[in-house]
Design a protein around this ligand. Structure first.
Ligand code: ADP
Ligand code: GN1
Ligand code: MG
Length: 363
């Protein structure tokens, strides 16, 4: 990644004082390229996050940046009284021309954020406290955006969580079988078809449109090193109009199993009930007062649906020859699909118990 782009030249296009002192690739995202860049300012190292937006996926990077500018300004105003306010919201560093992004000669779009120090993201959940904190932070994020003034945010990727359309894309990928891999994914394809009926349930539930994050992976929230608190929601490219429950569902998908998303030993993939409970309690602690009854009634289902949706997205990409997600081995996307389908089975086994918990909490 760093070889393809002149990261130091790009970093110097932003309004950062001092001398460029180095850059390293950062994070484990599947879409964008992230770098941690260091500048020396008055002899002290100061870090920033520099990101190249994947414009084959985000076709309109300016629209992405307009959304992010509006959302971060709104959130910053909301927390302006907090002592640690600069760590609670992402802060964009403007480019030298005053815009929130820099477009380079190759047509790549870049942005820079202040680095949030003394906090981490985690690829896998380690404790119920972490699950609680992450869910509380994502719920708070939604709550603070309830009153974002008009106009409506841009749809940065159309029909992003339209599960029936995701299923149609899978059917198309199976029919075309461009990579000749359908034979190797026979079991997973059968599993997908056996679950097709769940795809339209949330879309058909008449739930309110909200501003949602749409990528609430556990590693998209920074947890404070000292307090463990979920301090800052990051990775804002997909913040747009959507369903609150897409966010809750993706938390269930990514923060109930102790296994990595691409774990090959499926015995490690489980739905830990204690994590689910912590997610519900954390999310309701911050979002409970604005969610409707119908939304609350679908919380359990949303975890099942988002896990299925992600499974079919990985399967589709596998069949299409790994066109979307970054991969580092031949069957990487198929392995990822398998963890999602295994997790879905575990959720199904615990579904009744999950509903019982919800009834107990809502009494
Ligand atoms: P991706 O789309 O690649 O997942 P993210 O925006 O989530 O990109 O960033 C990748 C990683 O970089 C995150 O998981 C987090 O660890 C780190 N990161 C992102 N923004 C910041 C920031 N402002 N301060 C510190 N670390 C950050
Ligand atoms: C991608 O960028 P990253 O890694 O946070 C994807 C999400 C998926 C996720 C699966 C724009 O997120 O929708 O849930 O991978 N982002 C996009 O790990 O497609
Ligand atoms: Mg991320």
């Amino acid at each position: 990644m760093s070889k393809e782009h002149d990261v130091s030249a790009v970093a110097c296009q932003f309004q950062i004082d001092g001398e460029f002192a180095g850059a390293t690739t950062h994070g484990s995202g599947h879409i964008n390229d992230s770098f941690c860049v260091t500048f020396h300012q008055a002899g002290m190292p100061v870090r920033y996050i520099l990101q190249r937006i994947n414009h084959s996926i985000f076709k309109n990077p300016v629209a992405v940046m307009e959304n992010i500018q509006r959302v971060t300004s709104h959130l910053a105003a909301k927390v302006s009284g907090a002592p640690d306010r600069s760590r609670l919201v992402l802060t964009l560093i403007p480019a030298r021309d005053g815009r929130a992004w820099h477009a380079d000669a190759d047509g790549s779009y870049w942005r820079t954020y202040r680095f949030i120090e003394n906090a981490q993201t985690y690829d896998s959940v380690e404790s119920t406290e972490q699950a609680f904190q992450a869910a509380k932070a994502f719920g708070r994020f939604q709550k603070l955006l309830v009153d974002l003034p008009a106009p409506r945010l841009h749809d940065t990727i159309k029909d992003f969580h339209h599960t029936p359309k995701r299923f149609a894309a899978l059917e198309q990928a199976i029919a075309c079988d461009v990579a000749g891999r359908a034979i190797r994914a026979k079991t997973e394809i059968e599993f997908a078809f056996a679950h097709q009926s769940i795809t339209s349930i949330l879309i058909g539930a008449n739930l309110p449109e909200r501003i949602s994050h749409n990528d609430t992976k556990f590693n998209n929230v920074m947890l404070d090193d000292m307090t463990g608190e979920g301090i800052c929601v990051i990775d804002l490219d997909t913040v747009m109009p959507g369903l609150a429950l897409s966010d809750f569902g993706d938390m269930v998908r990514t923060a109930t199993s102790p296994a990595k998303e691409d774990e090959q030993d499926l015995t490690k993939v489980t739905m830990q009930f204690s994590m689910f409970e912590a997610l519900v309690r954390g999310y309701l602690a911050s979002a409970g007062d604005f969610l409707t009854k119908a939304e609350k009634q679908h919380l359990v289902f949303s975890g099942k649906l988002m896990t299925f949706e992600q499974g079919i997205r990985f399967l589709t990409d596998y069949l299409q020859g790994d066109a979307y997600y970054k991969v580092s081995r031949d069957e990487h996307n198929l392995d990822r699909c398998r963890t999602q389908f295994k997790l879905l089975e575990c959720i199904e086994q615990e579904e009744e118990r999950m509903h019982r918990l919800m009834r107990a909490i809502e009494q």
